[in-house]
Design a protein around this ligand. Structure first.
Ligand code: GDP
Ligand code: MG
Length: 232
């Protein structure tokens, strides 16, 4: 059982000014509409409907937040001796690149996405979900360009790997890693960018993604002072 299974809906926001002001690490899931983002989040959190998965792309146009650890706040409310705080937030960003979103709305969301990944202090890392059959569309690269100046880690999940045979999926992963390796800082040092194959359908790459996300959020170490006694 993974700590990610504790994920609970936390809040949904439409404007950057409404982002939650919790001081806990958050990890954002970005990707083109229909890349398999909602399905990946649901699979990793072992919940059918946490993130909205749809055959109609471009429908989720809000930033949705899910909390890890917070579920226990409610559960433990009846127990005055233990309060467990929220330890991390998962952020489901609106999918980009959906052709039928009208111009003005598209611009609004592109600006929102860009501003968020460039400026969000709590954002520890980005998970970039791409269809394994077509990694690094222009908009995926745009996302990386926005985020790269932060120097923070990016983990690429090549989703729907079941749609490729072994040879093609190996090639897709190799290509992805070589694109990632081409991002270097001003001293020529590579960024902390990683990639993996993933299939929600065939449950491939689940453990790898789970471990990576926990590591990026610092959830792989035991919580310190997250369990505190409160007086009655
Ligand atoms: N074959 C296959 N289809 C998938 C997989 N993950 C998602 N899909 C399908 O791809 C479509 C888009 O998935 P969704 O998670 O809604 O994409 P999102 O727009 O990026 O959130 C849906 O029809 C999913 O059933 C997968 O691992 N394998
Ligand atoms: Mg979705």
């Amino acid at each position: 059982m993974s700590i990610l299974w504790q994920a609970r809906f936390f809040t949904t926001v439409n404007h950057l000014r409404n982002l939650p002001d919790l001081q806990v690490p958050e990890i954002a899931f970005a990707g083109r509409s229909n890349a398999g983002k909602s399905t990946a989040i649901n699979t990793l959190c072992n919940q059918k409907k946490l993130a909205f998965a749809s055959k109609t792309p471009g429908r989720t146009q809000h930033i949705n937040y899910f909390s890890i650890g917070g579920a226990h706040v409610a559960q433990h409310r009846k127990d005055p001796t233990i309060v467990e705080e929220i330890r991390a937030l998962l952020v489901d960003l609106p999918g980009y690149g959906y052709a039928e979103v009208p111009g003005a709305a598209k611009n609004h969301w592109n600006e929102l996405l860009g501003d968020y990944v460039k400026n969000r202090e709590q954002l520890s890392a980005l998970v970039l979900i791409m269809d394994a059959r077509r990694p690094f569309t222009d908009l995926d690269k745009q996302m990386l360009e926005w985020f790269a100046p932060t120097g923070r880690p990016v983990h690429c999940i090549l989703a729907k790997a079941d749609k490729l045979n072994r040879n093609d999926s190996t090639n897709a992963l190799r290509l992805t890693k070589s694109v990632l390796a081409s991002y270097v800082d001003e001293n020529g040092k590579p960024f902390p960018y990683t990639a993996q194959l993933f299939s929600a359908l065939k449950r491939v790459g689940l453990e790898e993604a789970d471990a990576k996300i926990q590591q990026l959020l610092g959830l792989d170490v035991l919580p310190q002072e997250t369990i505190v006694a409160v007086s009655e």
